[in-house]
Design a protein around this ligand. Structure first.
Ligand code: NAD
Length: 367
């Protein structure tokens, strides 16, 4: 059988820097765990614009659709800020998400013990936190019609439409239930069924889909209460599923429970391909960080954790993903820090590659 295929799109700014560290980790799993991938690399964002005059070449798009998973660094930078909207670096990323039809966005909020002091919340509220927010990504109020700014009488009116079909709700609900089955078997669905018809339908469809997952304990919460509960006692949750707009807000809120942007991975999943694997794009939440690009200061952990998500959700290697996460936990516990993770006590930060090397060493020690 051939190796699973991985397309790497490092992108711009710190993207290539953090991705170089992910390559070390991929190589380690090939050499030490017999987990070899067919890795190819291509351009996206400003780098693709520089080479081809477009932020995503058609050939790259075709390759993304053909591989088992795509791993992306980050796109954008001041050099491209004045480009026409149609060729801005972000358009490359949006095209990937759209053409791969990635409707389920997974944003974990996981607090590494050694970094619990970084949260704006009390340590005991966040220590050991491990929750997952599943956000619907391709429908809802960001896409619904009618939309626009219209004249009405003698004033203007701004219109956006929250719209969900049953099948759109069902497919993201299914993906959240599947996820809950692999984790703590608890799912909380958030909407505003008290004031929105789309919320009533959302709740009905989630309950219906839930009948196929009797082992998962399903609960429902109004999204405004959900926001309060996330900062009050986030450990009450395992998996949360919600729509595009609420998910946008709730996932950012949950992410910040855990501290630095340099630590946050994400996955965007679509429908299963012929081989049963979901179409998938893994990427850190952070951007291209032009303020530190080229200075060896970037924290590669968000991107490495994105690869851990790929191991778990695309390649069914949950135990190896856990090995990688434990290695990161160990390195942080040993006090190894990139500049963004330096506490008030100070110390000497490691470089981007110093962090990658430390994680490889911890992986070696795990054997
Ligand atoms: P950013 O995430 O790039 O940076 C915000 C701050 O966090 C900066 O101070 C940066 O130095 C720091 N930071 C981010 N990642 C870090 C890491 N791995 N290690 C250490 N520090 C890190 O957001 P921004 O400054 O608003 O945007 C910069 C560029 O990135 C813009 O062109 C923007 O459009 C683009 N962007 C791209 C994506 C993406 O590719 N998915 C996401 C957000 C922003």
């Amino acid at each position: 059988m051939s190796n699973p295929s991985l397309l790497i799109l490092p992108g711009d700014g710190i993207g290539p820097e953090v991705m170089a560290e992910v390559r070390k980790i991929i190589d380690w799993f090939g050499a030490k765990r017999g987990l070899a991938f067919d890795v190819s690399e291509d351009l996206v964002g400003g780098a693709a614009y520089d080479a081809h005059g477009t932020p995503l070449h058609d050939d790259t798009m075709a390759r993304a659709l053909a591989v088992d998973a795509v791993l992306l660094g980050a796109v954008g930078g001041p050099k491209y800020d004045n480009l026409d909207f149609s060729v801005k670096p972000e358009r490359g990323l949006l095209r990937l998400r759209k053409e791969m039809d990635l409707f389920s966005n997974l944003r974990p909020a996981q607090c590494f013990d050694a970094l619990a002091d970084f949260s704006s919340l009390k340590k005991d509220v966040v220590a050991g936190l491990d929750i997952m927010i599943v956000r619907e990504l391709t429908s809802g109020v960001y896409f619904g019609e009618p939309r626009g700014i219209f004249e009405e009488g003698n004033e203007r009116v701004g219109v956006n439409t929250q719209r969900y079909t049953e099948s759109e709700i069902a497919r993201v609900a299914k993906s959240a239930f599947e996820l809950a089955m692999r984790r703590g078997k608890k799912l909380c669905s958030m909407e505003k069924a008290n004031v929105m018809e789309s919320g009533i339908l959302w709740r009905e469809v989630v309950i219906e889909v839930g009948k196929d997952y009797p082992e998962v304990e399903l609960s429902h919460m109004y999204a405004d209460n959900g926001a309060m509960q996330l900062v009050r006692w986030p450990k009450q949750f395992d998996v949360i599923v919600t729509d595009n707009l609420f998910g946008d807000l709730l996932s950012d809120c949950a992410a910040m429970l855990t501290g630095s942007l340099g630590m946050l991975p994400s996955a965007s999943l679509g429908a299963p391909m012929a081989n049963g694997r979901p179409k998938a794009l893994y990427e850190p939440v952070h951007g291209s960080a032009p303020d530190i690009a080229g200075q060896a200061k970037a924290n590669p952990i968000a991107c490495i954790l994105s690869f851990a998500m790929a191991l778990r959700y695309s390649f069914d290697q949950g135990a190896e993903a856990a090995r990688l996460e434990a290695a990161i936990q160990q390195v942080l516990a040993d006090g190894v820090r990139t500049a963004d993770l330096m506490g008030p006590e100070g110390g000497v930060p490691v470089t981007t590659s110093g962090m990658g090397d430390a994680i490889v060493k911890a992986l070696d020690a795990s054997l």
